[in-house]
Design a binder for this molecule. Structure first.
Ligand SMILES: Nc1ncnc2c1ncn2[C@@H]1O[C@H](COP(=O)(O)OP(=O)(O)OP(=O)(O)O)[C@@H](O)[C@H]1O
Ligand SMILES: [Mg+2]
Length: 372
C-alpha cells in the first residue's frame, strides 16, 4: 500500500472522534476527520475536512489520505461508503460495511438477532403489522428503522388508543418497525470488542432520562456473553456499544448495538486502565488490543446543555473542588438545551461514586449557569 499522510481517518467530527483522536495521538498516530460542520470537536485537535457524510466524494477523500478509516456514528449510509471505496480493499474500514448496513437499519438488526438466537424483543415491519394486527400484541414500541438517536424516532403504543394515534401519523408504516415492549428491571450497557482479542469491558447500569443517557455506573452483573453474541450476529469486527435490558428474572435482552465508542463507555477515561477510545484506536489500526480491560469503579454523569449563559470556568471550579471528580468538555461552539456538551467522571469507593457524580453535576450547574 502506498504511504498515506494519515494513519487513521474518522467519518464524523464530534466528541467521539475527538476523544478517539486524543487516544490515537498518545500512540503517535496522525489523524484526520470528516464532518459537515466547521470548528467541530475533532477539528480542534487534528486536521479535518469539511464535507457531507453521505457524499461518496468527500468520503473518498478520507480513504485516499488515511491508511485506516473508522466512524463515530452509524448513520453514514453504507451505500455511500461502498461507492467511495469503488471496489478497493474494504478491510481498511472498521466496522465492515455489511455490519454497518445491518446495524443502521434497526429492523435488519433485530432480524440478525432472531436468526442467530440472540435474545431481543420480537419485532416486525410496521407495514406488515398495520395489515395484520395479530402479528404482535400490545404494548408495543414503534421505532424509525433509520436515523433514530436519543429517543428521536421512538414512540410507545401502550394501548390501542396510543397505537391508533401513532398510526395516524405514520402513513402505511413504511420506514418503521414495531417491537414488543419490555417491562425491564433496569438498562445495562457493555462495550464489546472483536479484533486480535475478543472480550468485553465490565457491564454497566445506565439510567436514561427522557431517552437520553444520564448516569452510568458498575452494575454488578455480567452480560458479556449475550453482548458478544449480538456482535457476532451482525458479523462485527471492532468496538461495539451494546445496550441491553435486564428483566426481573435476570434475563438479558439486546436493545441495540452501535459500531463505535459509546456514551456508556466514557467512564473508562478515568478508570486507570485502557479507555474505550484507546481500544477503538488499537482495533481500527490493527494494534494489539487490551484483552481484559478492568479498572477502578467510576460513575459517569452526562452534562447536557441548558437554556441560559454558561460560565465554564466557574462551573469547572465548582465540580473539580470535589476530590475524585474529572471533567471532559467537548469544545462545542454552541450550547443548546439537551445537547451533549461534556461529561463528569467520579472515581472512588463503589458505594460513593453515584452520589459524587450527581453532586459534581449539580455543583457544575449551580456555579456555572446563570439564567435570566
Ligand atoms: N422494546 C422496548 N421496551 C421498553 N422500552 C424500550 C424499548 N425500546 C426502547 N426502549 C426505551 O427507549 C429508549 C430509547 O430506545 P433506543 O435505544 O432503541 O433508541 P435510540 O433513539 O437509538 O436511543 P439512544 O440514541 O439514546 O441509544 C431505551 O433506552 C429504553 O429506555
Ligand atoms: Mg439506545
Amino acid at each position: 500500500m502506498r504511504a498515506m499522510k494519515y494513519d487513521l481517518g474518522f467519518l464524523g467530527g464530534g466528541q467521539l472522534a475527538r476523544m478517539s483522536i486524543h487516544a490515537a495521538q498518545r500512540l503517535g498516530l496522525n489523524c484526520l476527520s470528516l464532518d459537515p460542520g466547521t470548528d467541530t470537536p475533532a477539528s480542534q485537535v487534528a486536521d479535518a475536512i469539511v464535507g457531507s457524510l453521505s457524499d461518496p466524494n468527500s468520503i473518498r477523500k478520507v480513504f485516499t489520505q488515511c491508511a485506516r478509516v473508522t466512524l463515530e456514528n452509524e448513520f453514514i449510509p453504507a451505500a455511500a461508503i461502498r461507492e467511495a471505496l469503488a471496489g478497493e480493499d474494504e478491510s481498511r474500514l472498521m466496522p465492515g460495511i455489511e455490519t454497518l448496513a445491518t446495524i443502521q437499519d434497526k429492523l435488519l438488526q433485530r432480524r440478525a438477532y432472531e436468526k442467530f438466537g440472540v435474545p431481543s424483543p420480537p419485532a416486525v415491519d410496521l407495514v406488515d403489522l398495520m395489515r395484520n394486527r395479530s402479528l404482535l400484541p400490545l404494548p408495543l414500541v414503534l421505532k424509525a428503522r433509520f436515523g433514530g438517536y436519543d429517543g428521536r424516532g421512538t414512540r410507545f403504543a401502550r394501548d390501542e388508543a396510543e397505537f391508533l394515534a401513532n398510526a395516524a401519523d405514520l402513513g402505511d408504516g413504511s420506514g418503521w418497525l414495531a417491537e414488543a415492549y419490555v417491562p425491564f428491571y433496569r438498562e445495562l450497557a457493555v462495550m464489546a470488542f472483536v479484533g486480535n482479542e475478543t472480550g468485553c469491558f465490565p457491564t454497566m447500569e445506565t439510567i436514561q432520562t427522557k431517552h437520553v443517557c444520564d448516569l452510568v455506573f458498575p452494575s454488578g452483573v455480567d452480560a458479556s456473553e449475550v453482548a458478544l453474541a449480538a456482535v457476532a450476529a451482525v458479523g462485527g469486527r471492532g468496538l461495539f456499544g451494546v445496550e441491553l435490558f435486564e428483566t426481573d428474572s435476570g434475563e438479558f435482552l439486546i436493545n441495540e448495538i452501535a459500531p463505535r465508542p459509546h456514551n456508556t463507555g466514557h467512564y473508562t477515561l478515568d478508570w486507570g486502565c485502557t479507555s474505550q477510545f484507546e481500544q477503538h484506536v488499537r482495533l481500527a489500526s490493527g494494534l494489539p488490543v487490551d484483552s481484559r480491560p478492568r479498572g477502578l469503579p467510576v460513575c459517569m454523569a452526562n452534562i447536557l446543555g441548558v437554556d441560559g449563559e454558561l460560565d465554564l470556568r466557574a462551573a469547572t471550579d465548582a465540580a473539580l473542588a470535589l476530590p475524585g471528580v474529572h471533567l471532559h468538555w467537548y469544545g462545542k461552539r454552541e450550547m443548546r438545551a439537551g445537547r451533549k456538551m461534556g461529561h463528569l467522571n467520579a472515581v472512588g469507593p463503589h458505594e460513593t461514586i453515584v452520589d459524587l457524580a450527581r453532586l459534581a453535576r449539580s455543583e457544575f450547574f449551580r456555579a456555572g449557569v446563570h439564567t435570566a
